[in-house]
Design a protein around this ligand. Structure first.
Ligand code: AMP
Ligand code: GLY
Length: 426
């Protein structure tokens, strides 16, 4: 089997790594990939947005399965483009990817199908949005302001006070987010602990993966601005068996029924960002793709053949798949370039990768490239996802940080408290 993975982040390195070990997998391509995927796959110099070029390549190389990592090409219709050429694809069609691409579309879907989520309203002009904000704070309630479209994780403001909410609404309509700023969703601010629930679906069956938890804030103790994610671990002990049963019934099964009733063509992974509130689990967002860095921690624990599971998903035969998980927890610590999530330098030489691997860790590359002398250099904000397992969560954390300690470049930084919530439960 020949597989093309689209994307070039830590998630895609983890996908390539796991797919490459699949039964009957003879070749993995990665477009565009990074310095890490170059070691296990053949990098293809095509950007993720070049849909026709990607489809041409897949056809030319007689690829058996295309696996789409990021949301942007899914929302732009990469799965539709593949289907038109008769190429199997893991990833929803554009209409279904709107569950991630449009917050108002997702809210409407959740409302109609009875999926628990924060109460929300959508506004397409600033004045009524500001009136709503004023009324909420006057009633003693705080809100979250979300740009309606894809804003690369930067369109959400959790507004603890009214001033923040007002400036978020104004910013949203200022044109800063392009098309994503045409409308704003304002919703109830939920309190609780977050968890990421990923599930494979082919439109007939929905199969949850192991639970995980991300760390969105840049600093220790969940301080500072939001990022794409500074670390993750799996499983997330906040997701007890009892809670997982509730999430299965109220979120995943209703999601499956919903896409069927709405005629959405969804063959891929659905990511439900869940807030575990006093009032049960509520969906904060749907993503139409794997989480990053959750995938690194989750796949480190997967014992089954991912290539087979993804192929069967694309073929509508997910019902035949059973997944086995390692009982050992896994932890992924993201190492980032100084300045991230603001501006940062690129091109620094990364040292100590072999020493980190010698400690038994999986070093997934994110923003890296191959330098002039074949060495790995930094080329993004999130640079590496150093991932390790252990007999228990504490050991997994120690193993991951022991490997992190081997790696350095100018101004590298990382959070020192990944998995603190799991550890504080012990
Ligand atoms: P989203 O892109 O919708 O997932 O939002 C990004 C992050 O903002 C989430 O992971 C949460 O940490 C936070 N968030 C989003 N919606 C809410 C909400 N209704 N209440 C509290 N926090 C939220
Ligand atoms: N780690 C959060 C996300 O992938 O959206």
């Amino acid at each position: 089997m020949r597989i093309l993975v689209v994307g070039g982040g830590g998630r895609e390195h983890a996908l390539c790594w796991k797919l490459a070990s699949g039964n009957g997998v003879e070749k993995v391509y990665c477009a565009p990939g990074n310095a890490g995927t170059a070691e296990i796959a053949e990098n293809v110099d095509i950007p993720v947005g070049a849909l026709d070029e990607i489809a041409d390549f897949a056809e030319d190389k007689e690829v058996d399965l295309v696996v789409v990592g990021p949301e942007a090409p899914l929302c732009a219709g990469l799965a539709d483009a593949m289907a038109k050429r008769g190429i199997r694809v893991f990833g929803p069609k554009a209409e279904a990817a709107k569950l991630e691409g449009s917050k108002s579309f997702a809210k409407d879907f959740m409302k109609r199908h009875g999926i628990p989520t924060a109460a929300a309203d959508t506004f397409d002009a600033p004045e009524p949005a500001l009136d709503y904000v004023a009324a909420e704070y006057a009633a003693g309630r705080a809100v979250v302001v979300k740009a309606d479209g894809l804003a690369a994780g930067k369109g959400v403001v959790v507004a603890e006070n009214e001033e923040d909410a007002i400036s978020a609404v104004k910013e949203c309509f200022s044109g800063k987010f392009g098309e994503a700023g045409g409308a704003v969703v304002i919703e109830e601010l939920l309190r609780g602990e977050e968890a990421s629930i990923l599930a494979l679906t082919d439109g007939n069956t929905i199969l949850p993966l192991a639970s995980s938890q991300d760390h969105k804030r840049v600093g220790d103790g969940d301080s500072g601005p939001n990022t794409g994610g500074m670390g993750a671990y799996s499983p997330a002990p906040v997701v007890t068996d009892e809670l997982m049963t509730e999430i299965r019934e109220k979120v995943l099964e209703r999601f499956l029924r919903g896409i069927r009733e709405d005629g959405l063509d969804y063959k891929g992974v659905i990511y439900a960002g869940i807030m575990v509130t006093g009032d049960g689990p509520k969906v904060l967002e749907f993503n139409a793709r794997f989480g990053d860095p959750e995938t690194q921690a989750v796949l480190a624990r997967l014992e089954s053949d991912l290539a087979d599971a993804m192929l069967k998903t694309a073929e509508g035969k997910l019902g035949e798949v059973e997944l086995k998980w390692s009982g050992e927890p896994a932890v992924c610590v993201v190492m980032a370039a100084g300045g991230y999530p603001g501006s940062y330098v690129k091109g620094d030489t990364i040292r100590g990768l072999d020493a980190a691997k010698a400690k038994g860790a999986l070093v997934f590359h994110a923003g890296t490239a191959v330098g002039e002398n074949g060495e790995a250099i930094t080329s993004g904000g999130r640079v590496l996802g150093v991932t390790a397992k252990g007999a228990d969560i504490k050991t997994a954390v120690d193993n991951a940080y022991a490997a992190v300690a081997e790696i350095n470049w100018n101004n590298a930084f990382f959070r020192r408290d990944i998995a603190h919530r799991a550890i504080s439960r012990i």
